[in-house]
Design a binder for this molecule. Sequence first.
Ligand code: DAH
Length: 339
Amino acid sequence: MKQKLQAIREEALSQIQEAGMLDRLNEVRVSFLGKKGRLTALLKSMKEIAPEDRPAFGQLVNEARAQIEEAIEDTKKKLEKQALELQLKNEVIDVTLPAKKNHVGHRHPNTIAREEVERIFIGMGYEVVEGPEVEYDLYNFEKLNIPANHPAKDEQDTFYINKEIVLRTQTSPVQARIMEKGKLPIRVIAPGRVFRSDEVDATHSPSFHQIEGLVVDKNITFADLKGTLEVFAKELFGENTRTKFRPHHFPFTEPSAEMDVSCFKCGGKGCRFCKGEGWIEILGCGMVHPHVFEMCGIDPEKYTGFAFGVGLERIALLKYEIDDMRLLYENDARFLKQF
Ligand code: DAH
């Protein structure tokens, strides 16, 4: 029996040494120390030994077991360390490799133009507000003094969602929404997307952007309107820019005008850019119509105000001398990179 024990111990130790992998080591452990393992079997066959020899033999078996367990534990630690070292070696990062180039984009010319307009008006104390793109006919037309069947409604080819809801054709409905809130005085601009059922060409798109402006207070006059828009034009197109107001008609303002700026390319002499006119039309404006005030709950006897609406794309095209609006929507990086 003792010889058998010795043989098992030696075999176990040599197998442990040769294990080389954690899985194999575990197999070795099970085959010697497991329930059906060889050392366990030896313990079970103790009855073959004379009773007086049993304690001594039992101790020998336990010693062998302890020795095997220790060898297994040592080898396990060694193998685990080797595995970790191998993993670390494989995962080494070469910090000297050149980094991947990150292409950072920049703001779209439309965005640059919008932020420029916002900057100018914020500088004059205006607040930037927004309104919904899907709008009630009531706000888009009725409250702006454009009743059903009014011919002015025809001028803006509209996308109807249903009889009462439209994709807003202008940012002017934001005027009515702000006035209705009843917080006076008002000094806001409202940039945003608008929609018209137009065919795409160099100057038209079914979706474009406007910036609306509205000022309501006591004693606001047409002089305030002119002064404000003149400052705006000079800031946007340069100190030497002159402005000209031509009478026009908009249903929600009275009187109404369109504002032209002197051509910043030729200074007003006339060139290809301004089509020989010397002037470029840039926005619509006017004094808020008393009826619009009434519909929005403001007393036109106490308050007056002015409003204006400018096409954002128009400003971007002029400022950057782009001759086709479609370029602004195609998102061709070769084009956008230039701004
Ligand atoms: N909403 C007008 C349009 O889309 C532009 C406009 C004109 C806005 C006069 C105004 C204004 O606020 O006073 O054609």
